[in-house]
Design a protein around this ligand. Structure first.
Ligand code: C2O
Ligand code: CU
Ligand code: CU
Length: 478
């Protein structure tokens, strides 16, 4: 892979990786490598002998009225395959990161140190924060460099996450292990009678797929076609572990699921058993939604409640038909029920609002990934809006031949879906969202209120697409 190191303020603009790749092999042979419905190398006999990694939940220290955290970005060694080490990246550890426990409306400070030998940034996915701390513009932390960011999240309880957003390096850095969760709590979430004992009945579940070579090494090399389709990998893992097991109590367990893969859509189920979704990207749903399966695109989160009451001794969480996680039911008694209603969420009402509509078209061709036919240009602001105003975004996946779904993500915002293909969205898409999957030919309408300020980016969360240019930016004036 050619490395292009572009200083943040360079004026020549964006150089597409696509230009430097050969495109002499025909696209047609590759059509079957779609990112959806990827099957994994997990056999029915896979032995679930490693315990699920449960990262530490950190509450920080209170200093001068701020809750202060430290994040140490580092290289580590990790055994994806038993007895075989791979180099990885992690926050405060070899892989992934701690779960940061934040409170809504509380001043938060994060002290970041970069111990990698390359620059990185930290982006707070789903957090409504302004440009200076969002981790995209002028946020580079050089090797051995340090940075402090401060923000206050005035938004509802939710499961957010953080990951690098380094120009041309986001995809490889996330793939190498950089991803952590934020548990944002508020008065409501503290009151609701839901499973909330961390590591007992409340677990972070980061699902990813990565390519691991025979010798156990993590392999992030991407061919041109892998850039075009996004990098998927043959090995499915939960919190960095292939085929882990988890002891759960007899009763309700809360799984805070993140699709942390670079490019793979996950279809999650519990064999034939039903489960509930209680939260989407940006917070609780109005009430728990009963589901048989859940589709989760890269970047999206869902909080699930599983009830082990009728489980056999062992049950499985399936991802795209493969067993991803084994549940072992213990004799501990857990919560027996969950509330019927969670939070008040207003109906999206756009009828009485005279709102401006903006159109976005996402498109993948055999050598480009664009929004409105243009690739991202760091120097160019696509449009300006005023803080506090609302608009409708009409987003179309214009792929005709590639059949690629695109998970569309907006920084510094939580939006509501007004329509999916002209119809009311399914119940589990009626809450707060920051990422929405748009299949080929599909059309999504969202209502967004501009609450952050400064330059805000929006992009496809297939990280290779984002890096190829399927990203844009706008400016929110105070
Ligand atoms: Cu998780 Cu710009 O994204
Ligand atoms: Cu984001
Ligand atoms: Cu995409």
């Amino acid at each position: 892979m050619k490395k292009l190191i572009i200083p943040m303020m360079l004026t020549i603009g964006y150089i597409s990786y696509a230009d430097s790749y050969e495109t002499n092999h025909s696209y047609k042979n590759e059509v079957s490598h779609h990112t959806h419905n990827t099957k994994f190398n997990v056999s029915e006999n896979e032995i679930f002998k490693r315990k699920l990694l449960v990262p530490p939940l950190v509450k920080g220290e209170i200093e001068e009225g701020k809750r202060v955290f430290e994040l140490d970005i580092q290289k580590g060694k990790w055994e994806f395959l038993e007895g075989k080490e791979s180099e990885t990246y992690g926050y405060n550890g070899a892989i992934l990161g701690p779960v940061l426990s934040l409170n809504s409306n509380e001043k938060t400070k994060i002290k970041i140190k970069n111990n990698l030998s390359e620059e990185t940034t930290v982006h707070w996915h789903g957090a409504i924060v302004s440009e200076e701390v969002d981790g995209v513009h002028n946020s580079e932390i050089k090797p051995n460099g340090e940075k402090e960011v401060e923000f206050t999240l005035n938004q509802p309880a939710s499961t957010l996450w953080f990951h690098p957003h380094t120009m041309h390096k986001t995809a490889s850095q996330v793939y190498k292990g950089l991803a952590g969760l934020i548990y944002l709590e508020d008065e409501m979430s503290k009151k609701l009678e839901l499973p909330k004992t961390y590591g007992v009945d409340d677990f972070p579940i980061v699902i990813q797929d990565k390519k691991i070579s025979e010798d156990g090494k993590l392999d992030y090399t991407t061919s041109h076609m892998e850039k075009i389709h996004g990098k998927s990998g043959g090995r499915l893992m939960v919190n960095g572990i292939i085929s882990p097991y988890l002891d759960i109590s007899n009763g309700m367990t809360r799984l805070r699921v993140v699709n942390g893969s670079n490019a793979t859509n996950f279809n999650i189920d519990l064999s034939n058993k039903e489960f509930y979704q209680i939260a989407s990207d940006g917070g609780f749903l109005k009430s728990p939604i009963k589901l048989n399966n859940l589709k989760l695109a890269p970047g999206e989160r869902a909080e699930l409640i599983i009830d082990s009451k009728d489980f056999n001794e062992k049950e499985y969480l399936y991802v795209n038909g493969s067993r991803a996680l084994e549940f072992r039911k213990t004799n501990n008694i857990g919560l027996r029920s969950i509330p019927e209603n969670l939070v008040e969420i207003s109906k999206v009402d756009t009828e009485n609002l005279k709102l401006n509509t903006r159109n976005f078209e996402l498109k993948t061709t055999s050598n480009s990934n664009t929004i409105n036919n243009t690739e991202y240009n760091m120097e160019k602001i696509d449009f300006n809006v005023k803080k506090g105003t609302k608009e409708i975004w009409n987003i179309i996946n214009g792929d005709s031949m590639m059949d690629m779904p695109h998970p569309f993500h907006i920084h510094g915002a939580q939006f509501r879906i007004i329509e999916r293909n002209g119809k009311e969205p399914p119940l589990n898409e009626q809450g707060w969202k920051d990422t929405v999957n748009i299949g080929a030919g599909e059309n999504i309408k969202i209502l967004i209120e501009y609450k952050a300020d400064g330059i805000v980016v929006y992009h496809c969360h297939i990280l290779e697409h984002e890096e190829m240019g399927m990203m844009g930016q706008f400016y929110i004036e105070k």
